[in-house]
Write a protein that binds this ligand. Structure first.
Ligand code: HEM
Length: 131
């Protein structure tokens, strides 16, 4: 039986993003990476809300480049970003979506994150081998 609503607007996306990063910040392994690099969390929430609104509702609000940003994150952490960390990131993302939402857009949010994490990890590796 369907008990939760689907992700349907910016308010939903923001609550997903904020709940997710609250978990990330407290996480034993992921927390230190994010807390070391991100100083303005409100700005990060807004940016990631723009990113996911763009991904899920084709809003054209996010115009950044996640590939170069994550290559820089890897540089800043002495090339230590690992597939295990991406797995932990994805587990928390899936867990947060399942806690809050249910439906087609919730499924797309999981699927998109899974595809992006594979792509980002490969791009980090490519950059590491070049530099
Ligand atoms: C282990 C996995 C990951 C780590 C450690 C990580 C870490 C970070 C950090 C530290 C930032 C902030 C960078 C800064 O402000 O200088 C960031 C930004 C971001 N992350 Fe991740 N991330 C991970 C996975 C992902 C995945 C799977 C996605 C997408 C599905 C994603 C999407 C983004 C986006 C869109 C930004 C903002 C980029 C921008 O500034 O334009 N991240 N990430």
């Amino acid at each position: 039986m369907k008990t939760k609503a689907d992700i349907s607007n910016r308010k939903d996306v923001k609550s997903l993003v904020v709940t997710f990063y609250q978990k990330v910040r407290k996480h034993d392994i992921l927390g230190p990476i994010f807390n070391q690099i991100i100083t303005d969390w409100e700005a990060h929430f807004e940016l990631l809300t723009d990113f996911w609104e763009t991904q899920l509702f084709l809003k054209r609000k996010y115009h950044g480049n996640p590939v170069t940003v994550h290559q820089e994150v890897d540089d800043k952490t002495n090339n230590s970003v690992s597939s295990e960390q991406f797995g932990l990131w994805l587990n928390l993302w899936f867990e947060t979506i399942d806690e809050l939402f249910e439906g087609e857009i919730a499924w797309v949010a999981k699927n998109r994150a899974q595809k992006m994490s594979t792509m980002l990890f490969l791009k980090i590796f490519e950059h590491r081998n070049r530099s």
